[in-house]
Design a protein around this ligand. Sequence first.
Ligand code: ADP
Ligand code: MG
Length: 389
Amino acid sequence: MNIHEYQAKQLLRRYGVPVPRGEVAHNPAEAETIAEELDGPVWVVKAQIHAGGRGKAGGVKICRSVKEVVASADKLLGSRLVTHQTGPQGKEVKKVYIEQGSDIARELYVAQLIDRKTGGVAVIASTEGGMDIEEVAAKHPDKIIHLSLSPATPMRAFQARNIAFQLDLKEREVHKFVRLLMSMNKAFRELDATLVEINPLVVTKSNRLIALDCKMTFDENALFRHHDIQDMRDEHEMDPLELEASRHDLNYVKLEGDIGCMVNGAGLAMATMDIIQHYGGQPANFMDIAGAATKERVACAFKLIFNDPGVKGILVNVFGGMMRCNSIAEGIVGAAREVGLDRPLVVRLEGTNVELGRRILQESGLPIVTATTLSDAAGKIVNAVQGRA
Ligand code: ADP
Ligand code: MG
């Protein structure tokens, strides 16, 4: 799960990481009140969207008066911001963050994230902050500092100090950096984050260290432990289909292809997507109806897939274990009738009550193609979608 910069800064502040004073505004009037309470002479108005690269795209405005703050907020609010991370359609700005401007001497980069290779925590740092870190890594790999931490133990002061020296920090900055990096690590571990990225971490002209931007993502499976973070979810930022699916407890992930997949269990989902690709097709999504799905949930999942205009055909591949095949078939038939089946639908069922399930599909009178094996099913749906009957 992602959150906004202003929320990430609230969390950092709670852990003692210095961030500029600021507050979020939903309209120009709020922006004015906030700006008046902050001291000048420089204010920054920042578009709050779940995407980076705002600076280059005009989503970060440096202002020199309250009047300018109001004008910038007015301009940004309601506009669509297109950055290299939003895709060409951009994202609508619904909130802006108004904060105090910093007198920047240096912009550094620090991040802590789950390291899939080691199963630990990777700490990444660079003197080249404020830029796209992927670009720095590609062009100047020597400028990336990397440290791998064990997941079980907190970061130690000597480890942070070592990074501070590699970043060429001055003596009076080192201890501030060490404290900051250790607080950041505490936040990362306690909040079950998968990423905490501060870019830029600035050193001011008066040798202070301040997190000027922060991105945080969290492990969804640990969110039940963090109700305050759950409350930070901005539904406006989510894919509408993914949001609807999460409301029904369905695991839905949108992909790039055109074959909708309804499966049960992540393993079967992976295998189904692999075999679709093997037959030359591309999955449009990953819809896992796992667990004890009822007829109603099956129908809901089916309709969600169906409502995606990118889906040109649907493959249902379900193993009825706890769930019986007749309930699955009833859910599919009911939903297919309701939406008016106008695209190819291939169904492969196995497991409990499979005969009954197949009979329900056959007797429905709907143009549903049944399949026996996984290859049979994948071959049929790929052929149908690509126009080879
Ligand atoms: P993004 O990463 O989305 O482009 P940032 O928050 O990193 O957005 O802002 C981009 C740049 O704007 C920063 O690298 C910094 O130079 C400048 N900036 C952002 N916030 C402030 C601030 N409070 N004071 C001064 N400059 C800022
Ligand atoms: Mg940034």
